[in-house]
Unconditional design. Structure first.
Length: 578
C-alpha cells in the first residue's frame, strides 16, 4: 500500500493516499482565462516521482529538479514494515530508508549500510521480493523476470494498444513471461521455450551462413571434413617418415658437390668400360673370322694345285707365289697374335675396372640417399615445422568434425526439448483452465459493464510458450482500446495468484484519453468497487472535464480526490516550472 509522496522542497505539496480509490485531478479555476490549461500541471510528474522512488530511471523532465537539489520520499508498506524511501533526483544511485516505529525486515537490514542507505540494485531486489514475491535476481541477458518491468504493469504511465505489453517495442518473451508471472502461471515455460527458440534461430542463422558461405570454412559438412582429415593423415604420415629418416649433414653442399664429381668420374669410367667392351667384342668377332691356321694341310693342298697348274705356270712362277704365300702367312700370324694380345689386355682392364665402377656406384647411391633424406640442421627444423603444422591442421580438422557432430546433436536435442516443453506447457495450461476461465470471465464482465460488448482473454501455447491475447467484439475505437488496458490491469490485480501482485494499481490520465466520459465514469466506479472488495488501492490522474457531472457530485468521488491542481496554480503540482 502507498501512503504518501513528498519532497524536500516546500514548493511541493505532499500527497497522501488511502486504501481504496485515490484521484489526482486538474480542475478549472472559475477565474481562469482562455490562456490557462489543465494540461501539463504536474499530475503525471507526481506519478513519476512515485515511480522514481520505486527504482525507475530518472525522468528526463526531472533534470531541472536534479540541478536544484530536489529529492522525493515515498511512504509505503514493504515486507511488513512501513518504509520511508528517499531518493535524490541527482545521482539517485542509493536510496535512503527510514522506518515508522517498526523493525525492518531482516532482508532490508542485511542490505542496508550503516548510513541507512541501500544500493539501487539491492533496492530493486527488495521491491521484487516485497511487492511481487520475486525471490530471484536474473543477470543481464538472462531473459528473466524483472521487478521494474512488473512495476511497469502496475504503474501505467503509457497506454500501448496491446494491454499485455508495457510498451509497443517490448519483446514477446518479456510480455509473455511477466503477464504469466502476474497471473501466477508457470512463467518458466515461456522463459525456457523463448530461450530454446533463440537457440533455434541461432542454428538457422548458422546454417544460412554456411549455405551462402558468409564466413568461409564455417561449419563445413561432415563428409567434407572427413575427406580433409584422410588427406591430412596421409600428409602427416609422409612428412613424419621423412623426418624420421632424415640425416643431418655437416656439409650438405659439399656432399652434393662430391656426388656431382663422383657422377662425372663414374660417367667417364663407364664410358671407357663400354668402349673396351665394344672393342673386345669386335676383336672376338674378327678372331672368329680369321680362324685357326693349319700350315701342313694348306701347303699340301696348294702344292697339288700348283702341280696341276704346272702344266701352265713355270717353275719360277710357282716359286714366287710360294714367297708371297709365306709373306701372307707371316702377316696373318702377326695379326692374330696382336688380336689375341688385345683381347687379353681388354679383358684384364674390364675386370680390373668393374669393381671400381661398382664401388663408385654404391658410394654415389649412398650420397644420393643422404642428399634425398638429409640436409643441414635448418632443413631438419623446417621438416619438423611441417610435421607440427600438419599435426595442428589435423587436430583443427578433428575438432571441426567434433563441433559439427556436437552441433547436429544439440540441434536434434533442442527439437526434442522444444516438443517436450510445448507438451508440458499445454498440460500445465489445461490444469489451469478453471482459473483462466475465471480471469476471462472477469475481463469480459468489465468490458460488458463499460460497453455492453463481449470480450475475452485467451491463453494458448506456441513455440514461445504462453501466448496472451485480448479481444472485444465489434469495431475497436481508441476509447475501447484504452478501456481494454484498464480492464486487463484491473483483472490482473483482482485475479492474480501466489501474491504476485502488490494490490495497488496506478493509471495516468493517458489511459483515459479519447474515452467517452460515460465510460470514464463506469471505469472509476468499477475501480472503486474492485479495490473495496479486494482491500486494494487504485490511484489515477484525471482532468475534471473528462468526468461526468454525476460522478463529480458523488460522495465517493469527493472522498477519493487527494490533490486538486488548478489550472491557474503557479508551477502546477510542484510549485515550479520545469
Amino acid at each position: 500500500m502507498l501512503w504518501r509522496i513528498s519532497s524536500n522542497k516546500s514548493e511541493f505539496t505532499p500527497v497522501r493516499f488511502v486504501q481504496g480509490i485515490n484521484l489526482i485531478v486538474a480542475e478549472r479555476d472559475p477565474n481562469a482565462t482562455s490562456q490557462h490549461s489543465r494540461n501539463a500541471r504536474g499530475k503525471t510528474s507526481i506519478l513519476q516521482a512515485i515511480n522514481y522512488c520505486l527504482g525507475s530511471a530518472r525522468p528526463s523532465s526531472f533534470k531541472t529538479l536534479a540541478e536544484a537539489g530536489w529529492s522525493f520520499t515515498l511512504e509505503f508498506d514493504l515486507l511488513g514494515s512501513r518504509i520511508f524511501a528517499s531518493r535524490d533526483a541527482k545521482g539517485g544511485s542509493r536510496i535512503a530508508v527510514d522506518f515508522a516505529n517498526s523493525s525492518p525486515h531482516e532482508a532490508i537490514q542485511e542490505l542496508m549500510r550503516e548510513d541507512n542507505t541501500i544500493s539501487l540494485p539491492d533496492w530493486k531486489f527488495l521491491l521484487g521480493l516485497g511487492l511481487f514475491g520475486l525471490t530471484e535476481v536474473f543477470p543481464p541477458g538472462a531473459h528473466g523476470i524483472s521487478a521494474r518491468t512488473l512495476l511497469s504493469y502496475v504503474i501505467r504511465l503509457d497506454a500501448p494498444r496491446d494491454p499485455t505489453k508495457i510498451m509497443a517495442q517490448q519483446p514477446a518473451w518479456s510480455s509473455r513471461q511477466h503477464v504469466a508471472f502476474l497471473l501466477g502461471l508457470n512463467w518458466r515455460y515461456t522463459q525456457e521455450m523463448s530461450r530454446m527458440e533463440r537457440d533455434a534461430d541461432a542454428f538457422a542463422a548458422l546454417s544460412y551462413a554456411r549455405e551462402v558461405q558468409l564466413v568461409p570454412g564455417l561449419m563445413d559438412d561432415e563428409s567434407d571434413l572427413l575427406l580433409r582429415r584422410a588427406e591430412l593423415e596421409r600428409e602427416l604420415q609422409d612428412v613424419k617418415r621423412r623426418a624420421a629418416n632424415f640425416t643431418v649433414l655437416d656439409d650438405p653442399q659439399g656432399t652434393i658437390t662430391e656426388s656431382n664429381v663422383l657422377a662425372k668420374n663414374l660417367t667417364e669410367m663407364s664410358d671407357k668400360q663400354i668402349s673396351d667392351q665394344r672393342l673386345l667384342a669386335l676383336y672376338r668377332d674378327s678372331l672368329e673370322e680369321t680362324g685357326e691356321l693349319d700350315d701342313t694341310s694348306e701347303q699340301l693342298a696348294l702344292g697339288e694345285i700348283y702341280r696341276e697348274l704346272g702344266l701352265v705356270f713355270s717353275e719360277g712362277a710357282l716359286r714366287r707365289y710360294d714367297q708371297v704365300e709365306s709373306f701372307h702367312r707371316s702377316i696373318s700370324m702377326n695379326r692374330r697374335r696382336f688380336i689375341e694380345s688385345e683381347i687379353g689386355r681388354l679383358e684384364i682392364s674390364i675386370l680390373e675396372r668393374q669393381p671400381e665402377i661398382d664401388r663408385m656406384h654404391a658410394y654415389r647411391r649412398e650420397l644420393l640417399r643422404q642428399i634425398s633424406s638429409g640436409g643441414g640442421l635448418e632443413d631438419l627444423l623446417e621438416l619438423q615445422r611441417r610435421v607440427n603444422e600438419a599435426e595442428s591442421r589435423l587436430v583443427s580438422t578433428e575438432e571441426a568434425i567434433e563441433l559439427v557432430r556436437s552441433v547436429n546433436a544439440a540441434k536434434d536435442a533442442l527439437g526434442v526439448r522444444q516438443a517436450t516443453f510445448r507438451r508440458d506447457a499445454r498440460e500445465g495450461l489445461n490444469s489451469d483452465r478453471a482459473f483462466l476461465d475465471t480471469v476471462n470471465a472477469r475481463f469480459g464482465e468489465i468490458i460488458n459493464d463499460l460497453y455492453g460488448r463481449s470480450a475475452s482473454i485467451t491463453v494458448d501455447v506456441d513455440k514461445l510458450g504462453y501466448k496472451f491475447a485480448t479481444k472485444v467484439s465489434g469495431s475497436s475505437s481508441s476509447g475501447v482500446t484504452k478501456m481494454q488496458l484498464f480492464a486487463f490491469d484491473l483483472t490482473l490485480m483482482r485475479e492474480s495468484r501466489q501474491n504476485h501482485h502488490p494490490q495497488f494499481l496506478i493509471h495516468d490520465s493517458v489511459v483515459f484519453d479519447g474515452v467517452d466520459p460515460r465510460q470514464v465514469a463506469g471505469a472509476l466506479n468499477l475501480a472503486n468497487q474492485t479495490v473495496e472488495q479486494s482491500q486494494g488501492q487504485y490511484i489515477a490522474t484525471l482532468n475534471t472535464n473528462d468526468v461526468p457531472a454525476e460522478i463529480l457530485d458523488s460522495n465517493w468521488y469527493e472522498a477519493a480526490v487527494r490533490r486538486v491542481i488548478l489550472d491557474t496554480e503557479l508551477g502546477g503540482a510542484f510549485g515550479v516550472d520545469f
